[in-house]
Design a protein around this ligand. Structure first.
Ligand code: ADP
Ligand code: PEP
Ligand code: CA
Ligand code: MN
Length: 550
């Protein structure tokens, strides 16, 4: 038993470190100077974040933190180390920009040097991947208590026994995000640098404190390891399952802001996970142990599961609060529109723990947030169309999720997660097609974006209608609906869906002018063709012809 905070601090340090001490001294950590806190209790991370990092406790008990200048990801500053073990698998180009091994060593040393100047260094050891066959051991080493707590929530938390016998990690993140990269280091274009090295199995972060870099870093690693080393398909998707024994499984693909987190938290179904999954030989498993929800305009009425998950242990990021009562103001965008909450998945009442479904998916829902208001709220895709749309990845970037994005910006984000893929998109698409074919999966395209006009004139499709559409997929009525053809894109759109006004199902009916609509469809079709042309060499003619035909 300890009495008082100081005695507590002493006790908490290296005693938890046990067998790991050797690793830290070998890696260059100065154990005479710094105090390493490994898998520290939530309460103690709260105390340190409050004392040293300007964090406060919200009225519901969550820890409110601020990430400083960067409040979204920095894809332009992301690098992959060019080395012999992975170079032939990586899809080099604007997504995966090369960094040489020597520069990585310099940045890694810079991160460790910075960590050695700190009084406290926070370590979190946990797992990525719920299926024990395909999981990896991850170690996070960070200068901020907030970052350790974030990864405590986002990784799979080890039991005391697993922590005791953790052994060598498979992957290590060095997060020195409070300290800038040196702009004179080879290839640096700013003071932010986020880099992954598959030979060392390490990631280094300098010059950004946005916590999302870490969880997406793990995702990039899994997007390499799962297909290349384990032969399994990693996906930027959420997943849920019908209640009861072995209920049907749905995967929701989508780029950031399209609705993976919101739509997977469904009171009628079990949540497997909100963002990163692996479709394996035996079913579907979540990579993460937590969720990272957007909190912009969050309300208890529209999204009760997420709203109620914001409590002790949860991390609110860049959310403005009222100092008088510490209530978060979810409508306030003054820091960023990309306000977030990270919570352990068990904070969602219907979470399925362990987060694994032992059966193959029945439905795939591709979520697109169409800022042009052209695509129908729902359509049924043929297997060829499913492949086409997966490779094209049409959607919009949501304001704030990436540095510099201020309004919904149309983009073709291949695999519905271009910033996170490591291999050529054709490799993921091929695995997807094989799995869909083998398991006879139904595929749907849902537009959670604009309706009745484009961004600026129309409005976002009301959430209650999108939910009604998802319900109709799950209760089987949509598959039995009468369909009509949506021209140019050749999509099958239902004539009626329970709980949805029929006119919105066909976008032309809710646009103010038919001519303006037709012009917009033509324009978007042309954008698809242009975007898809770079993949044509690797894709069959059937799939290519499943796209819009002008
Ligand atoms: N029709 C809709 N479908 C899904 N989300 C919607 C819809 N309309 C508004 N939203 C809002 O859009 C955001 C979707 O974000 P989120 O579910 O976090 O996306 P993702 O997990 O794919 O990044 C949420 O803030 C949600 O409240
Ligand atoms: C965390 C992110 O993604 P998502 O919105 O899909 O959770 C992100 O894109 O930085
Ligand atoms: Ca999300
Ligand atoms: Mn996501």
């Amino acid at each position: 038993m300890v009495h008082g905070r100081h005695a507590h601090d002493e006790n908490e340090g290296n005693t938890f470190l046990g067998k790991e001490l050797k690793y830290f001294s070998q890696a260059g950590f100065d154990l005479d100077r710094i105090h390493i806190k490994r898998n520290a209790p939530i309460a103690s991370l709260y105390e340190d974040a409050i004392l040293n990092e300007g964090a406060v406790i919200s009225s519901s008990g969550a820890l409110i933190n601020f990430s400083g200048k960067k409040t979204g990801r920095s894809p332009k500053d992301k690098r992959i180390v060019y080395e012999e073990t992975s170079k032939d698998d990586v899809w080099w180009g604007p997504v995966n920009i090369k960094m040489d091994e020597h520069t990585f060593e310099i940045n890694r040393e810079r991160a460790i040097d910075y960590l050695n100047t700190r009084e406290n260094v926070y370590v979190f050891d946990g797992f990525a991947g719920w299926d024990p066959k395909y999981r990896i051991k991850v170690r996070v080493i960070a200068s901020r208590a907030y970052h350790a707590l974030f990864m405590h929530n986002m990784l799979i938390r080890p039991t005391a026994e697993e922590l005791e016998n953790f052994g060598e990690p498979d992957f290590i993140i060095y997060n020195a995000g409070q300290f800038p990269a040196n702009r004179f280091t080879t290839g640096m274009t700013s003071t932010t640098s986020v880099e992954v090295n598959f030979k060392r199995m390490e990631m280094v972060i300098l010059g950004t404190e946005y916590a999302g870099e870490m969880k997406k870093g793990i995702f990039s690693v899994m997007h390499y390891l799962q297909p290349v080393k384990f032969g399994q398909l990693s996906l930027h998707s959420s997943a849920n399952q019908a209640k009861g024994d072995n209920g049907d499984v749905t995967l929701f693909f989508g780029l950031s802001g399209t609705g993976k987190t919101t739509l997977s938290a469904d009171p009628n179904r079990l949540l497997i996970g909100d963002d990163e999954h692996v479709w394996s030989d035996t079913g579907v498993f979540n990579i993460e142990g937590g969720c990272y929800a957007k909190t912009i305009n969050l309300s208890a009425e529209k999204e009760p599961e997420i709203f109620n998950a914001i409590k002790f242990g949860s991390i609110l990021e860049n959310v403005v609060y009222n100092p008088a009562d510490r209530r978060p103001d979810y409508d306030d965008v003054s820091i960023t529109e990309n306000t977030r909450c990270a919570y352990p998945i068990e904070y969602i009442p219907n979470a399925k723990i362990p987060c694994i479904a032992d059966r193959q998916p029945s439905n795939i829902i591709m979520l697109t947030c169409d800022a042009f208001g052209v695509l129908p709220p729902v359509s049924r895709l043929t297997p060829e169309q499913a492949q086409y749309h997966f490779v094209a990845g049409y959607t919009s970037k949501t304001p704030g999720t990436e540095d510099g994005i201020v309004e919904p910006s149309p983009t073709f984000s291949t695999c519905y997660g271009q910033p996170f893929i490591i291999l050529h998109p054709g490799r993921y698409a091929k695995m997807l097609a094989e799995r869909m074919e083998k398991n006879k999966v139904d595929c749907w395209l849902i537009n959670t974006g604009w309706t009745g006009g484009k961004f600026g004139t129309g409005k976002r499709c009301p959430l209650k209608y999108t939910r009604a559409i998802v319900d109709a997929i799950h209760n089987g009525t949509l598959a039995k609906a009468e369909f009509e053809n949506f021209p140019i894109f050749n999509l099958a759109i239902p004539k009626a869906v329970e709980g949805v006004p029929s006119e919105i199902l066909d976008p032309v009916k809710v646009w103010p002018s038919k001519d303006a609509f037709n012009a917009e469809v033509q324009k978007l079709g042309g954008m698809f063709q242009k975007a898809f042309s770079k993949y044509e060499a690797d894709i069959t003619a059937e799939v290519k012809n499943a796209g819009p035909i002008l």
